[in-house]
Design a protein around this ligand. Structure first.
Ligand code: HSE
Length: 451
């Protein structure tokens, strides 16, 4: 097809798998903005078939808006339909979605997906299958919803050696943490509020245990550092055990606690971790509230860059899905070797840089413990830290809330350390907990300066 006949080209045909929040959002955005989208893409983009578990219900919701779209409950039939150029997978999960995506690729179709779990766990298999068939797998919507962070990492920042990424990439947990801080709620109450308001799923495990954020961090780490996706090597810790007391103490010390997805290049390897993290309250990213997402990327040439926006929801996610549909439409006739590689780096040039076990990660730490309020206790603790080369940055002593008479004469100590290896802090904690004057376990939280 030559350029001057472009305007006459048939629209590219898309088959949609799934018609939930993201699927229906994609349908609506594409239909509403079709004129501008086709002016950008160079030809129309049309969803002509939709596979949905309950076509009758979808029919009811869509009514006349459905136009010429054919609904079916046969997902494989859509994937196998020779009239379709692109399959947009919007069903989620890793089992059926994996089968359908691989089948679509095998059929020579391009794939657009919002499925972070699928790519974080099975990305290597899927990208290799796509390479063999010369098709594209586009996944902007898989990380941070509407924020074009994949585009930024893979193309906008391509000149840079990326040093680190730190992201608030799960809106549910950011909403819960914001509620805990602003309203002094405990985790369970803030979660119940989030569920009532529709920010958290009935089964919130993936979100509150940090798994969703780890899927997204895994994908970003692969693109930033040119390594395969390795979800199984990510360290994952959620917010379920976070105590409202620590949010308060952190605040007094000038910090906010956020669930961060961190991917960092070090001389030993790559850190890939998700956990509650104290960050200085004055950082822009510390002030990302509610269900919003933000990703901080540090490149050697550009310095710090920050991307902010909605990480979930029908139309913000559809914004990313439709951008991928446009990308595929623009590039599907290009030589596969000249397209942007799935993971930013050429597939035969991916590195074997190891992902570091959490013991080998370097961080500064917030420690909270309850001690007998008597002479020499602090000296014992600082001696243990000094013996392991751990230096103290700040110390706060707080009158403990006395729950019963046995706790009279006790006090809370909050310590902030300088950077050390995680295995060193763990050794220090077990030695501190063995002191007879220490009356509680040590609460330990990691910190990031992000400067
Ligand atoms: N459940 C996710 C969140 C959105 O709370 O951010 C989809 O990844």
């Amino acid at each position: 097809m030559t350029h001057d006949t472009r305007g006459m080209m048939e629209p590219i045909k898309v088959g949609l798998l799934g018609f939930g929040t993201v699927g229906s959002g994609t349908f609506n955005v594409l239909r509403r903005n079709q004129e501008e989208i086709s002016r950008r893409a160079g030809r129309g983009i049309e969803i002509t078939r939709v596979a949905v578990r309950n076509p009758a219900k979808a029919q009811q919701v869509l009514g006349d808006a459905l136009g010429t779209v054919a609904l079916t409950s046969d997902f494989a039939a859509v994937v196998d339909d020779p009239s379709l150029d692109i399959i947009a997978e919007m069903i989620g999960g890793t089992d059926i979605a994996r089968e359908l995506v691989l089948r679509a690729i095998h059929n020579g179709k391009h794939v657009v997906t919002a499925n972070k779990a699928l790519l974080a766990v099975h990305g290597t298999e899927i990208f290799e299958a796509a390479r063999v068939k010369g098709v594209m797998v586009a996944f902007e919507a898989a990380v941070a919803g509407g924020i074009p962070i994949i585009k930024a990492l893979r193309e906008g920042l391509t000149a840079n050696r990326i040093q680190y990424i730190a992201g608030i990439i799960n809106g549910t947990t950011n909403f819960i943490l914001s509620e805990m801080r602003e309203r002094g709620l405990d985790f369970a109450t803030a979660l119940a509020d989030a569920q009532r308001l529709g920010y958290a799923e009935a089964d919130p495990t993936f979100d509150v245990e940090g798994i969703d954020a780890a899927h997204k961090a895994t994908i970003m780490a692969a693109i930033a550092f040119g390594v395969p996706v390795q979800f199984e090597r990510a360290y994952v810790e959620g917010i379920t055990r976070l105590d409202a007391l620590d949010i308060r103490y952190a605040e007094e010390l000038g910090y906010r606690i956020k669930l961060l997805g961190i991917a960092r290049r070090t001389t030993q390897g790559i850190e890939l971790r998700v956990h509650p993290t104290l960050i200085p309250a004055k950082r822009l990213i510390a002030n990302v509230q509610g269900a919003m997402n933000a990703v901080l990327v540090y490149g050697d040439a550009v310095g710090a860059t920050l991307y902010y926006g909605k990480g979930a929801g029908a139309e913000p996610t559809a914004s990313a899905v439709v951008a991928d549909l446009v990308d595929v439409t623009r590039l599907h006739t290009a030589d596969p070797n000249n397209r942007v590689p799935h993971l930013a780096f050429q597939p035969d040039r991916l590195a074997t840089t190891p992902i570091l076990p959490i013991d080998e990660v370097t961080s500064s730490y917030y420690l909270r413990l309850r001690v007998a309020d008597q002479t020499g206790v602090l000296a014992d603790i600082t001696r243990i830290l000094a013996a392991l080369g751990i230096s103290i940055d700040a110390l706060l002593q707080k009158e403990s809330e006395v729950v019963d008479a046995s706790q009279a004469g006790e006090t809370d100590i909050i310590l902030i350390t300088h950077e050390t290896l995680e295995k060193n802090i763990n050794t220090a904690i077990s030695r501190i907990e063995a002191l007879s004057t220490v009356r509680s376990g040590v609460t330990r939280l990691r910190m990031e300066a992000l400067n």
